[in-house]
Write a protein that binds this ligand. Sequence first.
Ligand SMILES: N[C@@H](CCC(=O)N[C@@H](CS)C(=O)NCC(=O)O)C(=O)O
Length: 215
Amino acid sequence: MILFYAAGASSQAPHILLREAGLPFALERVDLATHHWANGDYRQLNTKGYVPALLLDNGDLLTECAIILQWIADQVPERHLLPPAGSPARYHALEWLNFIATELHKNFITPERHGGIAANFLSKTRKGQEQTRIHVSPRLDWVDRQMEGRSYISGDRVTAPDAYLFTMLTWAGRLGLDLTTWRNLADFFGRMAMRPAVTDALAIEGPPHALTDAG
Ligand SMILES: N[C@@H](CCC(=O)N[C@@H](CS)C(=O)NCC(=O)O)C(=O)O
């Protein structure tokens, strides 16, 4: 299977989870400014034009970060990256994935995306970055309270939503939000940052796009 990604983008979450899952996969980098990848126009492959996308071995293309994370977790049930389908715990894990997708991820994404002058995923303008901080901070307050006494979102074990939350916290840091304001989130971030799946994913992806118009 092939994960289409951009450095530091939301695709980092499935990248981390693929490594936690121990599944074999290849990576293909997408230039979000030009929508090109090694074989040409990325939009011919993924008509949505964004990452992540996961090309399965049967030729099927999966999109939407939260769904790709579920698919990865379900390939390796023995790793408990999500609770079993149908269990009450599964629905709570899905609650987290949906919250991260719609309340965090979506509020971080710049309205300037889709080829605008500041195109990519985080705003490159001061005004846009300030707006993002205003929208995201109260959501991070809430997550911080939920994380009290927990090592990971589900308790003591890493699961799919953790990979997603970690990636969102890298974005918070890039936008100048001081994670030490949220003690539980800072602890969680430090814990995740030490996991080999995370250090490997970050090292391979390299630095994300710059946050200035010139970048
Ligand atoms: N709804 C999508 C959103 C994905 C998304 O926002 N991707 C960003 C990177 S984090 C992107 O590729 N932006 C470039 C573009 O939209 O052209 C998901 O949940 O996967």
